[in-house]
Write a protein that binds this ligand. Structure first.
Ligand code: SAM
Ligand code: DTB
Ligand code: SF4
Length: 345
């Protein structure tokens, strides 16, 4: 029942019905699916670095980096490759296996891409998985990044197609799907999720997850962000999602996309340990680890170490310690063993 092949034909009604299950029933099902596909006590660790900060021409209503909103953010042009390598080395020493570099661009200029390609090569040479999020990509740009050895590209749907126009006007949902297609066609793994807590209706959350789940194949990583409210952005002061509804969102994501890594992403700083514990029980098996997201804060390393200790969770092993796990439960061939510093068992 629980380790069936992933489906791509979920209907709105089916997804809605999952959200409406009694909480215990939903979490039990999610945990069953999770166990059929992953080690339930292992969490993949990714570290973020903003490589180009602020002054973004887009109008994403949640984002402190848009030039349209007064958020007091200090803007910074594309940083040096050396600074990136230093941060990546520290992330690896701390137990992260993936290093995600984010740039506040609508889309990268071809000359900027040369520098990003160098970053990808050098971070990869450290033995880390690489991920970048640079905005919209053309097919040739995705190809260049693939040639540089990029492992993942993050590009979120953010919300349902129906709610999308209330959040962003400067690029369309279709634009996002096109970028995702270029990424997939170039052979790069897709990291794609969204944000909740933006004042969307329950049906928008269900539809965001359904849109992700009807992709074939499913995104390899699915970041679920809880809006980080930033003063000066239009969504500052939006009604917050209840922690229980957030946990339900994680559980439904796990059931719809059984073999994908579901990342408990932005918003952990404001979450209780208990909420995070429920998210892990509901099937979240990846986090951003490290004291900053892109421009906002994330829990201190020591706090995450203590949380993992209390829950008996361990960070997924370093990439170069990969053991082939052909007979194992998860199908990505990534590391399942190893004792990374910081969050190892
Ligand atoms: N500029 C590129 C883009 O938008 O595609 C890449 C960087 S952008 C900051 C990456 C993602 O971060 C967004 O798609 C959004 O899902 C997430 N994000 C941005 N601001 C956020 C916030 N305040 N709270 C939660 N997630 C946020
Ligand atoms: C994703 O889904 N969440 C990350 C990453 N992909 C790039 C970004 C979260 C950003 C939170 C707000 C900030 O720190 O600027
Ligand atoms: Fe720019 Fe990305 Fe922020 Fe939108 S989410 S304003 S595209 S940095």
């Amino acid at each position: 029942m629980t380790n069936q092949a992933p489906r791509h034909d979920w209907t709105r009604e089916e997804v809605q019905a999952l959200f409406e299950l009694p909480f215990n029933e939903l979490l039990f099902r999610a945990q069953q699916v999770h166990r059929a596909n992953f080690d339930p006590n292992t969490v993949q660790l990714s570290t973020l670095l903003s490589i180009k900060t602020g002054a973004c021409p887009e109008d994403c209503a949640y984002c402190p980096q848009s030039t349209r909103y007064e958020t007091g953010l200090k803007k910074e042009p594309l940083i040096d490759v050396d600074a990136v390598v230093e941060a990546a080395r520290a992330a690896k020493a701390n137990g992260s296996t993936r290093f995600c570099m984010g740039a506040a661009w609508r889309s990268p200029k071809d000359r900027d891409l040369v520098q990003v390609e160098r970053m990808v090569r050098e971070v990869k040479a450290l033995g880390l998985e690489t991920c970048v999020t640079l905005g919209m990509l053309k097919a040739e740009q995705a190809k260049r990044l693939a040639d540089a050895g990029l492992d993942y590209y993050n590009h979120n749907l953010d919300t349902s197609p129906e709610f999308y126009g209330k959040i962003i006007s400067t690029r369309t949902y279709e634009d996002r799907l096109n970028t995702l297609e270029h990424v997939r066609e170039a052979g790069i793994n897709v990291c794609c999720g969204g944000i909740v807590g933006m004042g969307e209706a329950p049906a928008d959350r269900a539809e965001l997850l359904r849109q992700l789940a009807i992709m074939n194949p499913h995104p390899d990583s699915v970041p679920i962000n809880n809006l980080v409210q930033v003063e000066g952005t239009p969504l500052n002061g939006a009604e917050k999602l209840s922690p229980i509804e957030f946990v339900r969102t994680i559980a439904v994501a796990r059931i719809l996309m059984p073999a994908s890594y579901v990342r408990l992403s932005a918003g952990r700083s404001e979450m209780s340990d208990e909420t995070q514990a429920l998210c892990f029980f509901a099937g979240a098996n990846s986090i951003f680890y490290g004291e900053r997201l892109l421009t906002t804060e994330n829990p201190q390393d020591a706090k995450d170490r203590e949380l993992f200790r209390q829950l008996g969770l361990r960070g997924e092993g370093h990439v170069e310690e990969v053991q082939t796990c052909g007979s194992g439960p998860h199908e990505h061939g990534e590391a399942t063993t190893g004792q990374p510093a910081g969050l190892g068992a």
